[in-house]
Design a protein around this ligand. Structure first.
Ligand SMILES: [Zn+2]
Length: 383
């Protein structure tokens, strides 16, 4: 970066992390994306982020325009949406159970789900909280009929936050905050939509445990529990629940209230190490890629989600097929390659596993009976 952008959270100077610009990226809806992205860490708050430049903003516009096209299409893209539906319902139920166990929910209230998608969270929440009135918010009306058919949903609001005329007791942002270029101001604008003492539930990927998240081109903030907590405090919220991986694997789940009742001094932790984490991820992803490049092809790739899409795009013509355990995916194609079940995958081919080492090891043991040449990524080396 010749002209350094400032941190989009605290305004301090950004330090670019080397080795990222040549990485193939992916979009959050699992499409291969070009290289040339930038990854940086803030010298002040230590948040790992994509610098929000004009260029990044216009790329993101391009990515979201593609989302719309996919939503209207059918075929494999639709299957990938169906797959997401199942996953997001399971995730939503876990989050709702955690909210219930927290003991802070009243019997009745008004909820706003920002970026409600196909309504998985609204459905899960409504099952447990029949006396709440729920509103979904989306940028387009594609799922309007579906959302408004969910018990407890008053309406799907299509359009910007500013056009909402009512206040809420709970605002939910699931996999949304990491896309937002100006998180502090955005969170402040949410506080204006909350009744006094209102709650904010946020779910984002956890950079500490999900190395592949840095490859997602339209995620501009890669939160850790420390930087998420810091961001919420800076926006005037009081965080009273923050779970890393214990509600949903590899994700942060946080519950905060507005206004803050107690004075939260941001503990200036010296253990904050956003840079180290991101550098370890970059080195490990590079290793994973080299492992694939050195294998004699054609190679198979385990999975069809973000990490598999990235590896396939980065390896190019070396790839022969995908292997997936999800029966909704097997028999179809992804990026033009066939998707096999572990049982039907070509024997004696190298099968790359773009998964964390511990997870890859467990999967390889579980599927040992199929005699595939599982290639386990080596463990990340500590910088
Ligand atoms: Zn910062």
């Amino acid at each position: 970066m010749t002209q350094l952008t400032r941190c989009h959270i605290c305004g301090a100077r950004l330090v670019e992390l080397e080795g990222y610009t040549t990485a193939t990226q992916v979009t959050s809806d699992c499409r291969p994306w070009r290289e040339g992205g930038h990854l940086a860490v803030c010298s002040g708050c230590e948040t790992v982020q994509k610098p929000v430049t004009e260029n990044w903003l216009s790329e993101v516009q391009e990515i979201y325009a593609g989302y719309a096209v996919y939503g209207q299409g059918g075929g494999v893209e639709q299957a990938s949406f169906d797959q997401n539906t199942g996953a997001s319902m399971a995730r939503s139920l876990k989050i709702v159970n955690w909210l219930q166990s927290n003991g802070t929910l009243r019997k009745t209230g008004a909820l706003l789900d920002i970026g409600c998608g196909n309504g998985a969270f609204l459905r899960a929440f409504g099952l447990n909280n029949p006396h709440w009135q729920m509103t979904g918010l989306e940028l387009d009306s594609r799922n309007q009929t579906l959302i408004e058919s969910i018990a407890g949903v008053t309406k799907l609001h299509v359009g910007p936050l500013e056009s909402l005329q009512t206040r809420f007791d709970l605002i939910v942002l699931i996999h949304a905050l990491e896309h937002i270029p100006d998180p502090i101001n955005y969170l402040k604008s949410l506080s204006g939509l909350l009744n006094p003492g209102g709650l904010l539930l946020i779910e984002v990927p956890d950079i500490e445990t999900s190395p592949f998240d840095i490859l997602i081109a339209d995620h501009c903030t890669h939160f850790s529990s420390i930087t998420l907590g810091g961001t919420l405090s800076k926006a005037g919220f009081e965080v009273f629940g923050l779970e890393a991986g214990s509600v949903v694997t590899k994700e942060l789940t946080s519950l905060a209230r507005y206004p803050a009742l107690s004075d939260q001094t941001n503990s200036d932790s010296s253990e904050v190490c956003g840079k180290t984490t991101a550098m370890i991820h970059i080195a490990w992803l590079q290793q994973l890629l080299e492992q694939g490049q050195s294998a004699t092809g054609p190679v198979g790739i385990f999975g069809t989600s973000i990490s598999a899409t990235w590896l396939a795009a980065a390896l190019g013509s070396k790839v022969g097929f995908f292997v997936d355990e999800d029966i909704n995916r097997t028999g179809r194609r992804h990026m033009g390659y066939p998707i096999y079940s572990p049982k039907d995958a070509p024997k004696n081919s190298v099968l790359l596993m773009p998964l964390r080492t511990d997870i890859a090891t467990a999967v390889a043991q579980r599927l040992a009976q199929y005699n595939l040449q599982f290639t386990i990524p080596s463990a990340p080396s500590n910088a």
